[in-house]
Design a protein around this ligand. Structure first.
Ligand code: F3S
Length: 287
């Protein structure tokens, strides 16, 4: 029988920041530090959050809930939080494990400094995204302008004599960021533009495209509602017509993989390694 080649993307699954955050919660569990809370779900993956819950980790969803706590450890997720959340944790005597991604911390520092200089602050991103809400919370007394699209970019005006500082949500699309910045700089002369987009998403997409191009069968693993997995699937389907979008290995049980000779595997940012490995093992075995 002809050998089957299985290529798994190096960038499949958790990015560095998310992996670090999930690991930090498991470290706390191992150290027996209870009660443990995460400020928001540590990751958009029900299986991981469920596993953590079964080990006693609770998710808190709001400042109000945080204010009710009298003891325990709060793990801050990779998206980061406003500066005053750190104060609240400290005031309540709770222990803080900060799993904010270092790339997001860098943005907090940039806007904090800009606010201290009383500069205007522009954030390119989605105002409802927790990362953007967190960044906003480091701008002190300056109210940042949040820009999500070209129309909003046209409306940006910087007061005379003021300097502006522009940053971006880490997961924003780079090409769109460039278009938005071009519009804004036409109207603002004294502006410092810092590209704070993280390359993890783009690298995952580029690698998926390359693997799918060479594969006769492509498997994309991730939650059905995960927008970054949907995007990966779209990219892969364009390159490889035999493309499967699965959540766990069980979704493959009824697929006919007999003719698959060259299989590529990638996974969205919230897919745990364990699931990727199970799929890999199954595909290697199943003819
Ligand atoms: Fe992940 Fe941090 Fe980038 S959380 S997507 S490595 S900004």
């Amino acid at each position: 029988m002809e050998e089957r080649t299985v290529t798994t993307a190096r960038t499949a699954g958790f990015c560095f920041g998310v992996k670090r955050a999930v690991d930090k919660v498991y470290e706390q569990i191992e150290q027996g530090k209870t009660p443990i809370y995460t400020y928001g779900p540590i990751i958009h993956n029900e299986e991981v959050v469920g596993d953590l819950e079964s080990k006693g980790v609770r998710v808190i969803h709001s400042e109000e809930e945080l204010k009710q706590l009298k003891e325990g450890t709060i793990v801050l997720r990779s998206h980061g939080v406003s500066e005053h959340i750190y104060d609240l944790i400290r005031e309540r005597g709770l222990k803080c494990v900060d799993a904010t991604c270092p790339f997001v911390i860098k943005i907090h520092q940039i806007v904090k400094k800009a606010a201290e200089n009383d500069d205007e602050i522009i954030i390119i991103g989605n105002e409802d995204h927790p990362e953007v809400r967190g960044i906003r919370g480091w701008c002190k007394k300056v109210t940042p302008m949040i820009v999500a699209d070209l129309d909003e970019a046209e409306k940006i005006v910087i007061s005379e004599g003021k300097k502006a500082c522009l940053v971006s949500q880490t997961t924003f699309n780079y090409n769109y960021f460039k278009e938005i910045v071009e519009i804004i700089i036409k109207n603002c002369y004294n502006i410092s533009v810092v590209n704070t987009i993280c390359s993890a998403t783009e690298e995952r997409q580029t690698e998926a495209r390359q693997i799918a191009r060479q594969a006769d069968t492509m498997i994309v693993i991730g939650g059905k509602t995960s927008s970054n997995t949907q995007k990966l699937y779209e990219i892969c389907r364009k390159e490889c017509k035999n493309c499967y979008y699965i959540q766990t290995v069980e979704d493959l049980y009824h697929s006919d993989l007999r003719n698959a000779k060259n299989v590529g595997i990638t996974a969205g940012a919230s897919t745990p390694n364990k699931i990727i490995e199970e799929v890999q093992k199954y595909v290697r075995r199943e003819f």
